[in-house]
Ligand binder design. Sequence first.
Ligand code: NDP
Ligand code: 8X3
Length: 253
Amino acid sequence: MKTVVITGATSGIGKATAARLAQENFRLILCGRRSNILKDLQQQLSEYTEVYTLSFDVRDQKAVQQAFESLPEEWKTIDILINNAGNAHGLDPLSAGKIEDWDTMMDGNVKGLLYVSNACIPQMKERKSGHIVNISSVAGLQTYSNGVVYCASKKAVQAISEGMRLELTEFGIKVSDIAPGAVETEFSKVRFKGDEERAATVYAGYQALQAEDIADTISYIVNAPKHVTIAALTIYPAAQSSPTTIHRSQESK
Ligand code: NDP
Ligand code: 8X3
């Protein structure tokens, strides 16, 4: 049975992926900062599979390292790493100089992903086997005004995915990068710092992707035959054609 690490498992895409993979014969190591949610999930999903939880902030390199070192021997072999933890913070022009938001995004979305990968890759290399799935975004494919630092962080994720594939393929490690468009999760609530009304406008007047749609894609990627690597995928809601172009019903405008 393969062991999967999912970061950002307490909400949205990560949570839906945990539920999906629990029913597909994977053992799960679920990560996030909100340990109460991790414990609830552990309880719920233990009906289907073995679940271990690790609570840490991906921005804290020492905490990341300690968390993975603390794994019991029977959990130390990680077959699949899903680097999903991340968020956008704010929607402001660069000239607004929201430095705290910039730091949070670059530290979490980019450096956090590197820290977690660094904790998992050595044993994959040693075993000459593994799979890393990085969740980037369509924001990494096309920059938009007011989201420049988030877009930069996701472009960085895509560059890291490309580089990981170049460096790790010879060690039997697959690397996949998924770029979703608008997915209805806590994402916009976090971006707008708890303003639920504003967050709801992001998903108004069209059918946004649901976290389960991305979980479905992740399931497809990690269940692909041994000789197949899905290198990169872009997934939009049917109503979306670019990060900033969404066809909404008249009533919602
Ligand atoms: P959610 O806000 O619903 O979930 C984000 C998850 O990331 C939470 O589980 C949160 O856990 C975790 N997380 C955030 N920051 C940290 C941190 N510093 N340390 C540890 N965990 C952290 O958003 P989504 O499910 O939508 O987002 C998942 C990924 O998908 C992100 O990388 C996002 O950028 C990407 N994405 C999202 C899209 C969307 O439209 N929703 C579109 C494209 C990409 P906790 O708070 O418990 O730590
Ligand atoms: C989330 C999608 O378009 O809001 O990564 O940046 S978008």
